[in-house]
Ligand binder design. Structure first.
Ligand code: BES
Ligand code: MN
Ligand code: ZN
Length: 497
């Protein structure tokens, strides 16, 4: 989609007229540039009560002079950035062939931050995953959307800049969705690694390093190797380094990248198992975030570590009962091979600690229990640092990607350390509070800030995105499938907070 911001009154293509419910009358909208006959129709329709501007409502009116979509924004007092983002997204979602590819949206009724959110919503929603659909030969190539946004002259510059940033960040969101939607036969661990390498190739300020299965074994990454060894498609770790020479203490993002989670020997039931291709969405967000930061010209150093593996049952697979030794040296009794995300993250988190990071955030589709707790509406967050937790919460709220803090409790750490024969076990003794147990487990692999006895841990937060990375019907930015969740919230936190 191409967005052009200007202050003219020229209507190009289909006119989009957003209106508030409380000021919806035939007078109170911007009449400039609309053909008289069409204007009469609009006024008539509104005054006759055929359109009342309730949230989500829309009405298309047209005659020979042109076409206009009246868009309801609800009450002006309830309208905020989230509502504006949804309105922008729904324009694209509801667009039919009859509306053409060019739109002029009159955004003068919104403040500058709402207008920016409206454009962001439209840009984000302009996505579909159709690369595996055959195209009819005589079918026309779908044309790119062009959206003319009309605002007051004094707002043109700021809105142009906001739209540009939104477009840059959306390349990262759309990349994350592409990865999350990709079928698991084509997106396996080394395929992700190759894609990362290709991405880095012509960029002078990025390094991508791949730790192969053999190298991971050599290094002692027992968690990553144990999860991935049951598959012919071997595991790997992919490390993205953006602006490696910038000199700042880097933040590190760690992503769970299970390209398919069958459960392994503790195999899952077959219903909806196909969806377990999105069990790599943590690594999809990590990659998408690097793209978003790169595209928007971020200048500081930041690192992302993707822990890639396919969790398969086979004669080479790990068994329940196995004890593995992780990169940290800590041992884990594997009681359930379906609790695999925490095993690969154990090595990823420990590795992250080697970069002397300012903070670490991991993202993982880690537990079904978080979907029970929060549904698809919010990501669960656990953190050892109040400041980092607050920054994440505020950034999530600013972007309409809710992040909800959950408790990191010593009782759960105790449960995860209750193995009689190893340092840790990978599932708790009961099924209650499973997401908290998983978070408490991950905490064991966050390194200290220094070697001193009483040194604190590196600030760290864990985001369980099992509910928000897929199937979020109330997320208006997405039609179907992978959501690209938290590319925007993290981009916001890193660049604006
Ligand atoms: N990838 C799943 C978690 C998941 C479930 C993600 C549903 C998205 C939707 C994870 O690896 C898993 O299987 N977790 C188990 C843990 C259990 C064995 C302790 C779960 O949640 O059932
Ligand atoms: Mn699993
Ligand atoms: Zn999993």
């Amino acid at each position: 989609m191409e967005v052009k911001v200007d202050a003219s009154a020229n209507v190009v293509g289909t006119l989009v007229l957003p209106m508030f419910e409380d000021v919806c009358n035939g007078e109170d909208f911007d009449h400039f540039g609309i053909h008289r006959a069409l204007l009469n129709m609009i006024e008539h329709v509104i005054d006759a009560g055929d359109f009342s501007a309730k949230t989500g409502s829309s009405l298309t009116i047209h005659n020979l002079e042109g076409k206009v979509i009246l868009v309801g924004l609800g009450k002006s007092t309830d309208f905020d950035d989230d509502a504006a983002r949804n309105a922008g997204a729904s324009l694209v979602a509801k667009r039919g062939k009859q509306h053409g590819c060019e739109f002029t949206a009159r955004l003068g009724c919104m403040d500058s931050s709402q207008a920016a959110a409206y454009l962001e919503g439209a840009i984000l929603r302009d996505y579909s995953y159709d690369k595996y659909k055959s195209k009819d030969e005589d079918e026309d190539e779908e044309e790119d959307l062009i959206l003319h946004a009309q605002v007051a002259a004094e707002n043109v510059e700021a809105l142009t800049a906001a739209a540009r940033t939104a477009a840059q960040v959306s390349t990262g969101v759309h990349l994350a969705r592409d990865l999350g939607n990709a079928p698991p036969n084509d997106l396996y661990p080394m395929a992700y690694a190759h894609q990362a390498n290709n991405w880095a190739k012509e960029k002078s300020n990025v390094d991508v390093k791949i730790i192969s299965y053999e190298a991971a074994e050599e290094l002692g990454m027992g968690g990553l190797c144990a999860v991935g060894m049951g598959s012919d498609r071997k595991p790997c770790m992919v490390i993205f380094d953006l602006n490696p020479d910038a000199g700042n203490q880097p933040p590190v993002i760690v992503g769970k990248g299970i390209t398919f989670d069958t459960g392994g020997i503790s195999i899952k039931p077959s219903s909806s198992m196909d969806e377990m291709k999105y069990d790599m969405h943590g690594s999809a967000t990590a990659f998408g975030l690097m793209q978003a930061l790169w595209a928007s010209g971020h200048e500081e150093r930041i690192i992302a570590i993707s822990c890639m593996a396919e969790n398969m049952p086979s004669s080479n697979a790990q068994r329940p009962g196995d004890i593995i030794t992780t990169l940290s040296g800590k041992t884990i009794e594997v009681l359930n091979t379906d609790a695999e995300g925490r095993l690969v993250l154990a090595d990823g988190l420990w590795k992250a600690g080697e970069y002397n990071p300012s903070w670490i955030v991991d993202l993982a589709t880690l537990t079904g229990a978080i979907v029970v707790a929060l549904g698809h509406e919010a990501t669960g967050m656990w953190s050892n640092d109040d400041d980092l937790a607050k920054r994440l919460r505020v950034s999530g709220a600013a972007c309409g990607e809710l992040i909800w803090q959950m408790p990191l409790l010593p009782a759960f750490e105790k449960e995860m350390k209750s193995s009689k024969i190893a340092d840790l076990q990978n599932i708790g003794p009961t099924r209650w509070g499973g997401s908290n147990g998983a978070a408490a487990f991950l905490k064991q692999f966050v390194q200290k800030q220094s070697d001193e006895e009483d040194a604190k841990q590196i600030p760290w937060a864990h985001l369980d995105i099992a509910g928000t990375a897929w199937g979020a019907k109330t997320n208006k930015m997405v039609g179907h499938g992978a959501t690209g969740i938290h590319v925007r919230a993290l981009h916001h936190m890193i660049t604006k907070q």
